[in-house]
Structures are given as structure tokens and as C-alpha cells.
Design a protein around this ligand. Structure first.
Ligand code: IPM
Ligand code: MG
Length: 367
């Protein structure tokens, strides 16, 4: 029997709609080939939602996301909304969606593809073979802690406040996801904190250390976040799985992304204890190239693969999509952000068309 899935599409802003179109075309082909039926429902988020409906996360969008099997998001944000009060900003829509869906675990893999060794700004011998996973806590920490705001003191001075706070339970649940993830990968987990200065990090370290007794097969280490940032660019191959808080994970995952040559290559999965997951590229909405057909849709395609694997448990379909991306690069095609001498540069749409051809070639009978 054909398995049916309802997918909520959130194209968002900037290059979002362009890269989402590629992902949807590919999903249709994968669906035919793997006997899967995808029912798509599209909704507004971020700046697009603000312009059309006056808020960055309309109730309708949230309802559609709650009632589906997986949410595929492209990107949000743009210069024109940067000056708005915080509740109206596109980012607030995304953070609200993560929080309201309870997506506390954010998986951000960074893998160097041999075809893209040249695209990295680091030496090939440093990045060759890098294969790591950042497990970022996504619904707590300084992003959500109270009190927060810009207050005026009795002396009339403005004061900006955010609060970095974690409960033991919040640390434990992301810790368990990280230990399980490390167990399925190389068996090594590095927990990143700032326990030499921050109390919240001391609790983080204590809880992760306690949890380790349940996972004797996983080798646990700890690093301070400043050292971790340095080690990531010094010798990234020492890492297998990294677990860290919301803010540190935001920063470290950008560094990890750049090891691979372009942030345009990195997918992510955000998962909760139950309900649909959210799958989105690590990169932003790149307003400077929006509408120019220059965007790299590969992170969106790889996020779609993560959706198939982690959200819908269709690992065969996920592998097909990932293999198509590899074959595309192997054939010497690149988007502008990852180009190198001797490669053929394609736009966003042509990249999608080539990927579709590759999928068809891998299964000639489906033509
Ligand atoms: C990310 C982004 C977001 C974050 C922004 C857009 C709110 O940088 O997904 O890494 O800070 O989490
Ligand atoms: Mg970020």
C-alpha cells in the first residue's frame, strides 16, 4: 500500500521560495519512485507572513504544522524587517514555531564531501574526512530565559537583559538525545559549556556527567566553548558528536558549516518528544541574491533527506536524495558559492533539473 504523508511547506523569505521549489520537485519524483504519496500544504512564516497577515507566525500556520507529519522550512528574514519591534520580526516567528512544537533537539551534521575539499577555506588535510554532528538544545537557554527585555532603570538608563537558564530536566533530555546520537555514530560525545565562568554551565556539565553512567559505551569529554571554537578550526577531525546549549550551538554550528566549504550545504533537523519534526537548512534567507536564481538549494535538498530519514523513517528515500547530491557534485556541477576551477556553475533551478535527471537515471524504469 502506498504510504501517505502530509507535509507542511514553509518557504518563508528571500531565497526560501526558490530552494523550496527544488525540494518539492525532487520529493515528487522520489515519491513516484519509492511508492510514497506526499500531500503538500503551504503556509506563511517570517516576513512573508508579517506582510500578508500582520504577524510572523500566524495561528493558521501553527495549526497546519501541528496537524502534519513533518514541516519543511526554507529560510526567514530580510533587511526590510530588521528594524521592527521584536515581536514582529521574522526570527520571532521561527523561534515561536520551534518552541510551540516543542522541538528541543536540533541535529546539525557537518560532513565534508570529497568533491568539495577545495571549497573549504581551511587546508584540505585539515578538513578531509570531517564528519561531525552538532546536537544543539533549541527551546531553552538564553534564547528563551526570563527576565528578558530592554528596561529603564530608576536613573533613566536603558539596560538590556537576557537570561541564560537551564533546568536539570532540560539538560537531561537533550543529553539523552546526544548520547543516543553518538552511540549510533562514532561513539564519542563532546559536551561544550562555559563551566569555568557560568553557573548554568556548571549544572550542564554536572548533569551530562551524571547521564554518562547510562551510556558506558559512549566516550564523553567536555570543552569550554571558546576552546571548542578554536579546536573546530584547528583540528575538526577530533569531533564526532557535540552537544551544547542553544546559543553556543548556534555559533558552533556556523563554524562547523563553514568547514564544509559553504553554509549553503548544511541541513538540520529539529525534533521534539512527539509530533512532527521541523527540517530546515542552517543558512539564512540570503536576501542579497533572492530572485536571482543563484541560490544553492543543496542544503534544502539535504534537509529534505533528513526529513525523510528522521521525520518519516524512510531512510531508503533519504539515501536516494543524498546520493543524487553526491552524483551531481561528482559530475562537476556546482552552484556559485561552491564553485572551483574546472567546475560547471549552475543556477538554482538548473541544479534542481539536474538532480531530477540523476534520480531518473538511477531508476530508468520510472521514466
Ligand atoms: C539558526 C539561525 C536562527 C537562530 C535565527 C534565524 C533565529 O541563526 O537557525 O541558526 O539563531 O537559531
Ligand atoms: Mg544560526
Amino acid at each position: 500500500m502506498t504510504q501517505s504523508y502530509r507535509i507542511t511547506l514553509l518557504p518563508g523569505d528571500g531565497i526560501g521560495p526558490e530552494i523550496m521549489a527544488v525540494a518539492v520537485d525532487l520529493l515528487k519524483v522520489i515519491g513516484q519512485q519509492q511508492d510514497l504519496n506526499f500531500e503538500f500544504q503551504e503556509a506563511l512564516i517570517g516576513g512573508a507572513a508579517l506582510d500578508a497577515m500582520g504577524e510572523p507566525l500566524p495561528a493558521q500556520t501553527l495549526d497546519l504544522c501541528r496537524g502534519c507529519d513533518a514541516v519543511l522550512l526554507a529560510a526567514i528574514g530580510g533587511y526590510q524587517w530588521d528594524g521592527l519591534p521584536r515581536p514582529l520580526r521574522p526570527e520571532t516567528g521561527l523561534l515561536g514555531l520551534r518552541a510551540r512544537l516543542g522541538l528541543f533537539a536540533n541535529l546539525r551534521p557537518a560532513q565534508i564531501l570529497p568533491q568539495l575539499l577545495d571549497a573549504s577555506s581551511l587546508k584540505p588535510e585539515v578538513v578531509e574526512g570531517v564528519d561531525l554532528m552538532v546536537v544543539r538544545e533549541l527551546t531553552g537557554g538564553i534564547y528563551f530565559g526570563e527576565p528578558k527585555g530592554i528596561f529603564t532603570t530608576e536613573l533613566g538608563e536603558q539596560r538590556g537583559v537576557n537570561t541564560m537558564a537551564y533546568s536539570a530536566a532540560e539538560i537531561d533530555r537533550i543529553g539523552r538525545v546526544a548520547f543516543e546520537t553518538a552511540r549510533k555514530r562514532g561513539g564519542k560525545l563532546c559536551s561544550v559549556d562555559k563551566a569555568n565562568v557560568l553557573e548554568v554551565s556548571q549544572l550542564w556539565r554536572d548533569r551530562i556527567t551524571l547521564l554518562a553512567t547510562d551510556y558506558p559505551d559512549v566516550e564523553l569529554s567536555h570543552l569550554y566553548v571558546d576552546n571548542a571554537a578554536m579546536q573546530l578550526v584547528r583540528w575538526p577531525k577530533q569531533f564526532d558528536t557535540i552537544v551544547t546549549s542553544n546559543l553556543f550551538g548556534d555559533i558552533l554550528s556556523d563554524i562547523a558549516a563553514m568547514l564544509t566549504g559553504s553554509i549553503g550545504m548544511l541541513p538540520s533537523a529539529s525534533l521534539g518528544a512527539e509530533g512532527p519534526g521541523l527540517f530546515e537548512p542552517v543558512h539564512g534567507s540570503a536576501p542579497d541574491i533572492a530572485g536571482k536564481d543563484q541560490a544553492n538549494p543543496l542544503a534544502q535538498v539535504l534537509s529534505t533527506a533528513m526529513m525523510l530519514r528522521y521525520g518519516l523513517h524512510q531512510s531508503k528515500a533519504a539515501e536516494k536524495l543524498e546520493a543524487a547530491v553526491l552524483a551531481f557534485l561528482e559530475a562537476g556541477y556546482r552552484t556559485i558559492d561552491i564553485q572551483s576551477p574546472g567546475t560547471t556553475v549552475l543556477g538554482c533551478r538548473a541544479t534542481g533539473d539536474h538532480l531530477i535527471d540523476i534520480l531518473h537515471q538511477s531508476q530508468p524504469s520510472s521514466r
